[in-house]
Design a protein around this ligand. Structure first.
Ligand SMILES: [Fe+2]
Length: 579
């Protein structure tokens, strides 16, 4: 298990190390994941989750954007180590000299929790909610951030000429156990109806946290230059290739405490060993990560598919390790990944942590993912073939995994003209029938692709653990049969359930489509009802057993082996291409 920044800080503190010795943890808190959502040579996503703000340095003057503090997700520079350890921090910045503006007035606007003192060139100009005893200042009581308090300071002539003025603040918490701290000041010059922001929102300030400021700290600055605010991702496609920089986008995740960061690498060459590293300044770079691109001739590849993953952390870690050890090119996960039900973002953090740490190929490579949506990605965790709630019911899933069409998990992943994965939403955020025309078009456009797999969460041809999806049978199965899809992957039932090839609702070994199910990566398995299984003449084999499928393609066909959590291969089929 990866040790997070929190636990590392705690452990170091437990050993009695001082602030100055704190080791900067790797810059990526959760992840990274490599996500393939279309032809991976055209676009390939790298995704990670981190705190919403920049990590603040402790122990020495540094520079970072306002606001300053921790918790509540309302700070841009975040001091993870502040809680339980210190109650105040100092910030300062220089106000550039300006032409005299007669009649203009200086106004502060401050968002704060719990209290602060402000100085202009060393002279106190404002104070809120602060008491001093024995020369030590602290907040007098609680004051929650959220409202900007306006404080008139005086005429613009208070600003010094020459080198400009220094505006300084010290922010105080009520006590070390306080659940959060925020300090975010702006300075306005008001001239008639005009407002000129001298120090705007999010301005870069010099800050000092975790040790007391020196005498006269509030009269001067070091003139530190703002560094890169965001992450930086560099990648290369071979050990001697030059590093390239990739753009990074981000968006909120969960309740505002975290953000999802994403880089899209485009046009990567086939078969390349891609190396990338993520850095954040200040803080240094990550370990280099590697993953492998599909081969130029993808008619021989090995991948894994399974779904229904996170009930217990230990089983998830174990199955992810087992999957990595099989050295697959990628893993197709067919929904019910974190069981977050769109209300438990921490379960996604665990899911991402477990994957990044455990699903490693024998050489340490990251294993890329292709994902489908399942019912436990949505609020209410329901199956809604005809009245799906829309993507907002799965906002956590869709902020973590992007797709070519925004907030739409119905997509195709093509590996050249040899192999395509058609990914559908089985009634979780989209109705079944709303995807039928799209499916027809996708299958028709891939008439010459020898290997075509479809994948969705809710089974049409299960073994009685839950009702079979009659909607999928009606809408999609005829298209799978007409286009002679190589196999369909289903999940959701928390058992192993493989069908005979099916055509027109009956077993047809030659012209039918096999359905390989049914979702028991590492969840607690369900009991099988022998009578329900016996009623279903299409069931070739059903077992209450955690498993994934190991799929290997070759020029003439493919094999699918089922491997259980102990590493035992307990089922195998071999099929010639039917297309
Ligand atoms: Fe499930």
């Amino acid at each position: 298990m990866q040790m997070g920044h929190h636990s590392r800080v705690k452990r170091l503190l437990g050993m009695g190390l001082s602030l100055g010795c704190l080791v900067q943890a790797g810059p990526v808190k959760h992840g990274p994941l490599v996500h393939w959502n279309q032809d991976p040579t055209k676009a390939c996503g790298i995704v990670w989750i981190d705190a919403a703000g920049d990590p603040g340095r402790e122990g020495k003057w540094s520079i970072g954007p306002a606001g300053f503090g921790y918790a509540d997700g309302d700070d841009a520079t975040v001091f993870e180590g502040m809680r339980n350890r210190y109650t105040s921090l100092a910030i300062r910045c220089r106000i550039a000299p300006r032409k005299p503006d007669p009649g203009a007035r200086l106004v502060l606007r401050v968002n704060y929790d719990d209290g602060f003192i402000a100085w202009l060139d060393g002279r106190e100009i404002a104070r809120r909610n602060v008491v001093e005893s024995g020369g030590v200042a602290r907040a007098a009581g609680s004051h929650d951030a959220g409202k900007w308090e306006e404080i008139p300071i005086g005429p613009a002539e208070l600003l010094a000429g020459g080198e400009g003025s220094v505006l300084a603040f010290q922010g105080f918490n009520r006590n070390v156990e306080s659940s959060d701290l925020t300090l975010h000041p702006v300075l306005i010059l008001r001239s008639g109806a005009r407002e000129i922001p001298l120090i705007p929102h999010g301005h870069s300030w010099e800050y000092l946290a975790g040790s007391p400021p020196e005498t006269d700290w509030n009269r001067r600055t070091l003139g530190l230059a703002p560094g890169e605010r965001s992450f930086e991702l560099e990648y290369r496609t071979g050990p001697s290739a030059p590093w390239s920089k990739a753009a990074i986008s981000s968006r909120p995740f969960g309740f505002g405490m975290q953000r999802v960061f994403r880089s899209e690498l485009r046009g990567l060459p086939a078969a390349a060993e891609v190396e990338f590293r993520i850095s954040k300044s200040p803080g240094g770079g990550s370990e280099p990560y590697r993953f492998r691109m599909p081969p130029a001739d993808p008619s021989r590849i090995r991948f894994i598919t399974g779904g229904d993953v996170y009930h217990q952390r230990e089983a998830m870690d174990r199955m992810n390790r087992l999957a990595g050890r099989q050295d697959p090119l990628f893993v197709l996960m067919g929904g019910d990944l974190a069981y977050a039900n769109n209300i438990k973002p921490d379960r996604w953090l665990d899911y991402v942590d477990s994957w990044a740490a455990n699903a490693r190929a024998p050489d340490g490579r990251l294993i890329p993912k292709v994902v489908a949506i399942g019912n436990h990605e949505t609020l209410g965790a329901g199956y809604h073939p005809n009245d799906a709630p829309g993507p907002e019911a799965a906002s956590l899933f869709y902020s973590l995994f992007e797709f070519p069409v925004k907030d739409d998990a119905t997509h195709v992943v093509d590996f050249g003209n040899s192999l395509s994965l058609v990914m559908l939403d089985s009634g979780h955020t989209r109705n079944i029938s709303a995807q039928t025309a799209w499916l027809r078009g996708v299958l028709e456009a891939r008439r010459k692709t020898p290997c075509l797999f479809a994948a969705y969460h809710r089974p049409a041809w299960g073994c009685g653990t839950k009702d079979d999806s009659v909607e999928i049978r009606r809408e999609w199965s005829p298209l799978f049969e007409q286009h002679r899809v190589s196999a369909v992957f289903e999940y959701d039932h928390h058992v192993f359930c493989r069908s005979h090839p099916i055509r027109n609702g009956a077993v047809d070994p030659v012209n039918g489509v096999p359905y390989l199910g049914a979702g028991a990566w590492s969840v607690d398995v369900r009991k099988l009802d022998a009578r329900e299984v016996a009623r279903r003449l299409w069931v070739a084999r059903a077992e209450a057993r955690n498993h994934f499928y190991l799929i290997e393609t070759r020029p003439g066909g493919f094999s699918a082996e089922a491997m259980d959590i102990g590493g035992e291969v307990f089922d195998r089929i071999d099929r010639a291409w039917t297309r």
